[in-house]
Design a protein around this ligand. Sequence first.
Ligand SMILES: [Zn+2]
Length: 254
Amino acid sequence: MREQFTTNAINLKSYSISESDKIILMYSKEKGLIKGVAKGIKKITSKLGGRMDMLVANKMMLNKGKNLDTICQAEALNTFFNLRSDMNKLFYAMYCSEIVSNFGTENDPNSEEIYNLFYTFLEQISKASRKEQAMLSVLRFQLKIMDITGYSLELKDCVKCLKEPNSEEIYFSIEQGGILCKECAQDICKKVKIPNKIKEFLNTLLEEDFNVHTKYDDLATEKICDICINLLKNYIEYYSPKKFKTTQILESIR
Ligand SMILES: [Zn+2]
């Protein structure tokens, strides 16, 4: 008998391999990145159907193969339906899904944490009723996934002298991985000046749990969120093991 396994997984990408079959790249709760062949998926009669669409979470059953596993059953856990009727939300979700596929690994030791974070993010952005809310979910996701994968940002104290900056003049450095005080910033050439309010805002989002409602949920404007998403986008791209493709799509909704 063939060996089978079950796992909860979210679809990230798909590739055609023949006239009727596709390979689905997924992020699973138990094993991190996994690939599976969806046989007959391009036929109208396919029993897997819409469950193989991108950004759908399924409870999957796979047959272990020599080189590739085959998807034999999928039961939808969440289709994040409201993502699909809003272009902005969909683009943001595609971008975050690329972060997962770039930073996730096979047999990922952090798989459960990353899966849960990505699931919560998709649920939250799907439900968001205002653009600012959707953008806040993206920001939380960017900060938290970097934290889990070992690229955590230092947003409270200066990364060099480890003291809380005492002047309003604060800088952000991608290479240094966080904020710099006025004095320490003098020796660093690549840096951007950021307002103290932005530092406080991002630090609050990083420190609070994903679902915690902060004062910024009511205060954050589209403009501030956009500046911050872009700042973190550059940070994430710099440390990414793979090149990003969706960042151009992000530019189109700015
Ligand atoms: Zn310093």
